[in-house]
Write a protein that binds this ligand. Structure first.
Ligand SMILES: Nc1ncnc2c1ncn2[C@@H]1O[C@H](COP(=O)(O)OP(=O)(O)OP(=O)(O)O)[C@@H](O)[C@H]1O
Ligand SMILES: [Mg+2]
Length: 222
């Protein structure tokens, strides 16, 4: 069964007099449990595709179905709730909050849910354990290495126990050793059943995943 289905997705950005077609009639199905890579030159629409897939951005045309649920019919609050339960995001630049400790950064997504503070902390400790960072809970992002920051971001993505992880160049800011650690971690999560869609510029990393989707000028190419 396709866990994600993008059907005729077009995304056009309009600013004053410039119109950019970031995605043009993109069709894509991701099967439950798959680990796929998304590749293509800078500006070809990879991040746009991931943001539309992850319901962070709305398409100009077309439909996104997740678990056979048509997402365009959802109201804003409903969509935020659905996204929070189903999807986890990892970004190239980690997107951590520097004034919060590692533990607080990881707990953040649960603040929007009805869970008690002790439940949140318990769950945050579990996911930090999973990414091998229990011993850095009280640290702040500025006190961590790049690879450690990305592992905190992964723990934050995992705290809601998402079925799907969307990662936009998760190793883009890391040296190859740290990059390999992050990819290994993603493979472990995939083995446990998490569906993963990862944008990468690294052909070598992409080849280790099940399938590579390629884009050029907003279109999927073979
Ligand atoms: N908010 C925006 N407003 C206007 N144009 C945008 C916006 N976001 C992206 N674009 C344009 O859409 C196109 C696709 O951008 P996107 O960020 O998806 O590319 P990308 O493949 O992720 O590139 P990179 O590899 O550099 O991250 C680009 O031409 C970009 O300039
Ligand atoms: Mg991008």
């Amino acid at each position: 069964m396709a866990i994600i289905k993008m059907d005729g997705i077009t995304k056009i950005y309009r600013t004053k007099d410039i119109e950019t077609v970031a995605l043009e009639n993109v069709n894509l199905e991701v099967e439950k449990g798959e680990f796929i890579s998304v590749m293509g030159p800078s500006g070809c629409g990879k991040s746009t595709m991931l943001n539309v897939m992850g319901l962070l951005d709305t398409p100009t045309e077309g439909q996104v179905l997740i678990n056979n649920t048509l997402t365009s019919n959802m109201k804003d609050g409903e969509m935020a709730e659905f996204r929070n339960r189903t999807l986890g995001f990892i970004f190239q630049s980690f997107h951590l909050i520097n004034s919060l400790s590692v533990l607080d950064n990881v707990e953040l997504p649960l603040l929007y849910r009805k869970s008690s503070s002790s439940e949140r902390t318990k769950r945050a400790k579990e996911v930090l354990e999973k990414v091998g960072l229990s011993h850095r809970m009280k640290h702040y992002p500025s006190q961590l290495s790049g690879g450690q920051c990305q592992r905190v971001a992964i723990a934050r993505a995992l705290i809601g126990n998402p079925q799907i992880i969307l990662a936009d160049e998760p190793t883009g800011n890391l040296d190859s050793k740290m990059g390999t650690e992050i990819i290994d971690l993603l493979f472990d999560l995939n083995k446990e059943g998490t569906t993963i869609v990862m944008v990468t510029h690294d052909e070598h990393i992409a080849r280790t995943t099940e399938r590579i989707i390629r884009f050029f000028d907003g279109r999927r190419i073979e």
